[in-house]
Design a protein around this ligand. Structure first.
Ligand code: BDR
Ligand code: CA
Length: 325
């Protein structure tokens, strides 16, 4: 009998600012048989980096995993810090549900060192999945530009190419939190994909869907139901959506289920000045009006469309332990 060759898992460094949708994404990465977390790096964004590190350690506890967690940078490469969005993720990033703190300790290495050392130790094998501001990734690239050749690919949650932003009319939060970093990461000579609000605003999960995750008595299911409730209230009141957006899960789902996403090739830039600061813009290859500053950019890709029904089922199946390797 012919056996289908087994897919090699994607070895990932998950760079995160938990955050309720970051928590969903972490549980997805932990549970999906084609994803292998080799380390987690933390970043400011939804909360300060100290809280984001403490939250990541809590998530590792809940999942019962044994992943290195390296603490990352606490502010953007340039510009004034933006407020932490306590009205979206709560003051503690998890909807203020008072989940117990972890006794685990972070890795001794700072996130930027961890990223550089891990990529150098496994050339061509590791995919970076940043789902917060791109500061750690840009800082690693600035310190060791050779990592652009060592990474397998970079799958980013961020940006709003053909749709409004969520922190200004033009800018999405992760990119707006460090536009210079995002522009550097999208301008590097590696394969980068931007999974932005164009698709993630359609990747909605309701409280009823969360209740479908089997073993709803498990720690993971209890945590998700509790932490997602205020996040869902935010979306219901502000975006007219019956549920919340699984933004960060999408950057992982694209790796294991690319058929769910319609990707578009383009050079991508981020505006760093004025009222458009944080706006991400795309230019398809061969655009006739492109000036030199666009022509010299590498061709990357961004997500234009999503099959949101397939996305939801993939998330629920994966967290219920039903996804086949
Ligand atoms: C992004 O911003 C954060 O609030 C979310 O965790 C996600 O990474 C969505 O714009
Ligand atoms: Ca995030």
């Amino acid at each position: 009998m012919n056996q289908q060759p087994k897919q090699q898992p994607h070895k990932i460094i998950f760079d995160t600012d938990p955050g309720v949708d970051d928590a969903m994404a972490f549980f997805f990465a932990d549970a999906h048989p084609q994803l292998q977390i080799v380390g987690i790096t933390t970043i400011f964004g939804n909360v300060a980096v100290e809280q984001s590190t403490a939250n990541t350690l809590r998530l590792v506890d809940i999942a019962g995993g044994d992943y290195p967690v390296a603490a990352g940078l606490g502010k953007a490469l340039a510009g004034e810090p933006r407020p932490y969005p306590h009205w979206v993720h709560g003051k503690d990033g998890f909807g203020d549900i008072n989940w117990p703190a972890s006794n685990r300790s972070p890795d001794q290495r700072p996130a930027v060192d961890f990223i550089i050392e891990t990529l150098k130790a496994s050339p061509g094998e590791i995919t970076l999945v940043p789902v917060g501001p791109l500061t750690n990734i840009a800082a690693a690239l600035a310190r060791a530009p050779e990592i652009a050749e060592l990474v397998r690919e970079v799958s980013i949650m961020g940006g709003a190419i053909n749709c409004p932003g969520n922190v200004t009319p033009l800018a999405e939060a992760n990119v707006a939190n460090d536009p210079e970093a995002a522009d550097a990461v999208l301008g590097a000579g590696w394969k980068a994909s931007l999974i932005g609000l164009d698709v993630t605003m359609k990747a909605v999960i309701s409280s009823q869907d969360i209740a479908r995750i089997t073993g709803s008595g498990s720690e993971k299911a209890k945590f998700l139901a509790a932490a997602a409730a205020p996040y869902i209230d935010f979306y219901r009141n502000n975006a007219g959506v019956d549920g919340c957006c699984m933004h960060d899960v999408c950057a992982l789902a694209r790796l294991v289920a690319p058929e769910i996403f319609t990707m578009e090739e383009a050079a991508i830039r981020v505006a760093c000045e004025g009222f458009s600061r944080g706006k991400s813009a795309a230019m398809p290859p061969g655009h006739p009006a492109a000036d030199e500053s666009w022509q010299s950019r590498p061709v990357q890709s961004y997500a234009r469309a999503i099959d949101n029904t397939a996305m939801l089922e993939l998330f629920i199946e994966t967290l219920s332990g039903q996804t086949q390797p």
